[in-house]
Design a protein around this ligand. Sequence first.
Ligand code: CMP
Length: 267
Amino acid sequence: MAKEPRANAQPPVRPSRSRARDGVALDLQTQGNPPTAMDIAGLRKRSVIFEALSDEEASALMQMARKIVHPAKHTVFREGEPGDHLLVVLEGRVKVSLVSPDGKEAILSILEEGDLFGEMALLDGEPRSATVTTMEKCTFLVLWRRDFLPFLERNPQVALKLLAALSKRLRATNDMVGGLSFLNLPARLARILINLGQQYGKLTGEGIAIGIKLSQEELGNLVGVSRESVNRQIRQWVEMEVLDYTHGTIVLKNSDVLFRESLNMER
Ligand code: CMP
């Protein structure tokens, strides 16, 4: 069994005692709040861990969990840190990224309500594989290795759901790697925009409004190109009335053009 490093995520709801790397005191296990019945109800619909459980099993798991809140743009943890807990998003969105020594960011994924993260270090005992940052104010449920692993052994149906969720994540990462290797910038950007539209889009009179604000730099970090290259492509599409982009808010006005672009294999 992997050794148990001390919890080192950042500030919970109330001030705490032990020290984190940024000097902010914390002790998630004593300082987080217990989750409520409403939290359980929400997770029963959205989380792969909870949807496979009976009411009794879900309550038993919740008793081992704590609820914490982080503000927007907060680093939940950094790649390379030890980690003995996973987090489930109760409210808000986070980005999972890799950051180069000179500060460049590659966004691997954006996670939302019901999604979990931090399971890799919990399961294999290795350091955190990526950095996770809140995109808005977030509430998380925290579960610790020492509780979660025995729980998985008692509930193999949850382990199977977790494996399916991890497979889905690997597929998405394969898609991203394939895109980086085989597609040109317009095709990659078009694919990301279509995905964002499917995940976060709302149909409005103008088109599909993506309910998540992304700077051109963040779009570049999702696609693997510079902010300037994204800016050129977005301006071209704005002129062609394919989309609108105002202060990070994107409205897809002509998805047909984006679909066509997304199939363009020329690099
Ligand atoms: P862990 O390695 O503990 O900490 C970083 C977390 O980011 C990791 O667990 C996963 O939950 C998540 N993560 C890592 N790589 C990816 C990826 N390619 N796609 C989505 N999430 C990821």
